[in-house]
Design a protein around this ligand. Sequence first.
Ligand SMILES: Cc1cc2nc3c(=O)[nH]c(=O)nc-3n(C[C@H](O)[C@H](O)[C@H](O)COP(=O)(O)O)c2cc1C
Length: 158
Amino acid sequence: MPVHSDAFKQGLRRWVSGVTVVTARAGDEMHGMTVSAFSSVSADPPLVLVCANRGSRTHRIIREGGLFAVNILASDQQAVSNTFASSADEDRRLELVPWHPGQTGVPMVDGALANLECRVVSAYDEGSHTIYIGDVIAAELRDADPLIYYGGSYRDLR
Ligand SMILES: Cc1cc2nc3c(=O)[nH]c(=O)nc-3n(C[C@H](O)[C@H](O)[C@H](O)COP(=O)(O)O)c2cc1C
């Protein structure tokens, strides 16, 4: 018998994570969403994973284009996280936040701690989400404090 959904949710609220915006490009279409389900997979080769809800537009664009970037947000980018998680300006997210194109044209969010540009090497549908494994082909780095998410709220290291 599966765990009760309240216990599942409460358990996961006890996990500390960073906050990323996962951006994607397929042809002329670009988009992105806030994602906390991100992990390193392997250093050699350099692989990461993100979990995307299959109901999300970002999921569709990753699937179509085979490209995504993980933008690890800095502590001063809470508003960026909210913009990319909200349906209010869903079609204008990339107009509201400064970004520049990576090598593949995928949007790299300015001011992030790291922009990891990835090509999809495999995808696994599990439950409501798809796990995308990406080969990291380029990284841009900046030194700053990270944005942290814990217990349903944003936190600061300090
Ligand atoms: C802190 C935070 C973390 C989130 N993490 C994820 C995640 O890991 N995977 C996911 O599919 N959605 C996640 N979401 C929800 C999406 O950001 C949200 O549903 C978004 O509006 C989807 O956008 P789209 O359908 O336009 O692509 C998260 C939201 C927040 C606020």
